[in-house]
Structure formats: structure tokens, C-alpha cells
Design a protein around this ligand. Sequence first.
Ligand code: SF4
Ligand code: SF4
Ligand code: SF4
Length: 315
Amino acid sequence: MSRQRAKRISRRGFLRGGLAGTAAVTVLKSNHAQAGHDFTGYPDAMGVIVDLTRCIGCRSCEAACNHEQGLPAPEKPFTDFSVFDELDHGEKRRPDEAHYTVVNRYEAEGLDHPLFRKIQCFHCNEPTCLTSCFVNAYTKTPEGAVIYNPDVCVGCRTCMVACPFSIPAFKYSSAFHPRIMKCIFCHDTRLTKGRPPACVDACPQEALTFGKRVDMLKVAHQRIREHPDSYVDHVYGEDEAGGTSWLYLSPVPFDQVGLDPDIQKEPILNNVTGFLSFVPMVLSIWPLLFAGFHLLATRKEGKEMQHEENGAGEK
Ligand code: SF4
Ligand code: SF4
Ligand code: SF4
């Protein structure tokens, strides 16, 4: 694993552990009003069903995404399935600055074959990346996409901590131009033109089904009704985190395919509205807070590197 990758993981881990209860929560702010506290998503928002009973792990969706989004060629070609054996700090592959979507393999109990699950941004109805961002770098569009504006991003990475699915990645190779990298639902090139995302178009198994989210929910429940022995009776994303545009169907409980079954079923922000009154204060002291967090993160990383490299790491 590259040193840069290790650094990113380490930093995310620290940010998640150290800041989740403090900064990430307290800066959740009044652009929640943009979504409205009772906001449950745009009525015509689009959605995608990811049906794990159909996915064969061919990685065509990954290749199509990288091509559509102009992402760099991967270290190993998309036809190399040894990537399914890769673990990073004990975790399966995750989207990062060079991959907006990745497919992983899972060995599920009671099945004589593996399952494969694609992951990307879930495009939450009420995204905590959006509500946590104090410079309004994120937008939830009426088409259902959660898009990001790098021109206003200050690189604080609060969105990385706030996301319940750990999706936003930081482009460390662009030190002077802070940039978060994540799936944008092919918003500009396809969604606004009424076209399916590139990954959906590329799937040879019709494991990905695109349409209005309300219709996708009906289709998903219909599949469960018609094939009750093939699916667990739950559409992951219908209510998780307040509802998401990307929905999952699975033949096994979702924890067996790496999805948190205990994620709360209401918008994450509903738990922190009490903090919103602190927002003006938080915004005014934010630069100081962030400077402190950055210092702590740097010192912690320095100690980790030092430990890993027998005293030769950075401080
Ligand atoms: S999955 Fe994370 S990054 Fe994507 S919209 Fe939801 S909160 Fe934002
Ligand atoms: S919707 Fe577009 S950006 Fe998102 S994973 Fe699919 S191809 Fe990539
Ligand atoms: S293209 Fe379809 S079948 Fe192939 S890995 Fe992606 S979702 Fe699965």
C-alpha cells in the first residue's frame, strides 16, 4: 500500500474518531433549511436499484465510471479480479480519488457462490455532506444527484466525517486546490439529459436499474414480492439515513455484504438540530477550531508514521 494511501486512511480514521462527536456535529448548520427539516427528497428525483442477485462482479461499471468521469487509469486493469482479494487496513476496497465506484466480493452464509456489491455515493435525500458543509459546496439537485463545487471548497473535510457511508474522498495530490472526489450520479453529462448513468448503461447483467426513485421503490418491492425466496424483505436505502437515491436488494442480510444494518432510519441531522443554535458561534470560531484539529491530526499522523517506520517517520 502506498504511503499516500496509508496517510489518507489514517487521517480519515482520526477525523472520524476524533471529530465526529465535536466539530462534525456542531458545524451541522442552517443550510439544513435549504433542504427543509421535513424535506424527504425531490418528488421527481431519479434512483438506481443495485440488485445483488444479478451482479457477477465483472467490474464493467467501474471501467465505465472512470471513462465517463475522466478518472485516471487504475494500477491494475479492470479485467484483473485479484483486486477482490485486496484489503486495506483490514477493509475491502472503497471509492477514492481515482475511483468513484468500486465492486467488492463477499462470501455469504448459506450461499454456494460469492456475492458482489458495487458501492458509490448513495445520493441521500437529505445529505449530511451537504448539511455539514459551511461553505455550501454541495447541492442536492431536483434530479436526485448530490453534486459538489470545488471552487468554494476550503478542504476542511468535514463532509468526510459527516457522511454515514464514508464516501467522500480527498484528493491529496492537489495540495493547493482542495478537492473532494465522489460519484456525482453523472449529473451534467447524463442525468440532466434524462440518460442513465454510465455505470448503469455498462452493466451487462441489468444488475443496475435506473428510473424515478419512487418507481424504483415499487420495482424493488415487486421483485421481493414475486421472488420472496431470492431476497431479504428489505430495500436498503428506502429509509436508511432518511432515504437514498441508490437502493440495494440482497439475497442475504445486508451486514453480510458490508452494509450497516443499524444505520439510523431518519435523516442524520434530525439528531443534532439542538446544535443548530450554536452555529453562528461555531462559524465564527471555525478557523481556530480547524487549525487545532489540523495540528492534532498532524501530530497523531506523525506519531503513527514514526511508529510504522521505526522512528524515521514525519512529525
Ligand atoms: S452518501 Fe455521503 S457523500 Fe453521498 S450524499 Fe450521502 S452523505 Fe453525501
Ligand atoms: S453514477 Fe456516474 S459518477 Fe456515479 S458511479 Fe455511476 S458512472 Fe460513476
Ligand atoms: S457491471 Fe453490473 S454485473 Fe458487472 S460488476 Fe457492475 S453491477 Fe455487477
